[in-house]
Design a protein around this ligand. Structure first.
Ligand code: FMN
Length: 190
């Protein structure tokens, strides 16, 4: 199975990265390769709404999304992991998601879904927020759902943790790391 993951947090060894690493550990233990895209270090220009992809589903911007487009096309499983920033996913994650407008054109205007492989396509959303308010998870999931459906991932699991704020605080959460590991395992169980 080809598994790709997007890390939307800029904080090195932050809560999102720790959580994602735990899911990745489980996926690798199950014998699958995982390629992690650390979005904060990638050259991804925000969508310019230029209409360039309207006719053929191809984005005209030349940057690190070229590799992401290819990986999304070939993936059997996609993980999107992000901190909650201002009640949504981080700007790093959102920039990548918005650039999937080219897939939106391909799917909805050109009526071409990304073909699925023998394992189907599934997603996992991992969110971490410092506040108590559930709306961060709801809004983050709304964006993630639009992303996953656009890239022809028909279902995804949501793993969200709130009131986890200081760097590394996720390690003190009573279930988070185990939950992440189990979610990683479930993702690749057919
Ligand atoms: C710019 C910014 C905006 C934030 N906005 C929210 C928010 O709207 N809701 C929330 O629950 N936490 C918010 N937080 C807290 C982070 O989600 C929290 O610290 C999280 O653990 C960071 O994860 P990380 O260590 O993976 O970066 C915000 C933090 C920053 C830096």
């Amino acid at each position: 199975m080809k598994v790709i993951a997007f890390l939307g947090s800029p904080r090195v060894d932050g809560n999102t990265e720790l959580l994602l690493n735990e899911a990745v550990k489980a996926i690798r233990k199950m014998g699958h390769e995982v390629k992690i895209h650390k979005l904060n270090y990638m050259r991804i220009k925000p969508c310019q709404d230029c209409g360039g992809c309207d006719k053929n589903g191809v984005c005209i911007i030349d940057d690190d999304m070229a590799e992401v487009y290819q990986d999304i096309r070939e993936a059997d499983r996609i993980v999107l992991a992000s901190p909650i920033f201002f009640f949504g996913v981080s700007a790093q994650a959102k920039a990548m998601v918005d650039r999937c407008q080219s897939f939106w054109c391909e799917k909805y205007l050109l009526k071409k879904k990304i073909p699925e492989g023998p394992y189907g396509r599934k997603g996992l959303l991992m969110l971490v927020g410092g506040m108590k308010k559930e709306v961060g998870i709801q809004c983050g999931d709304a964006t993630a759902k639009a992303f996953f459906r656009t890239v022809s991932v028909p279902s995804h699991e949501v793993l969200g943790f709130l009131q986890v704020d200081a760097k590394g605080a996720i390690l003190e959460h009573p279930t988070a790391m185990k939950d992440a590991y189990e979610a990683g395992k479930r993702l690749v169980q057919s």
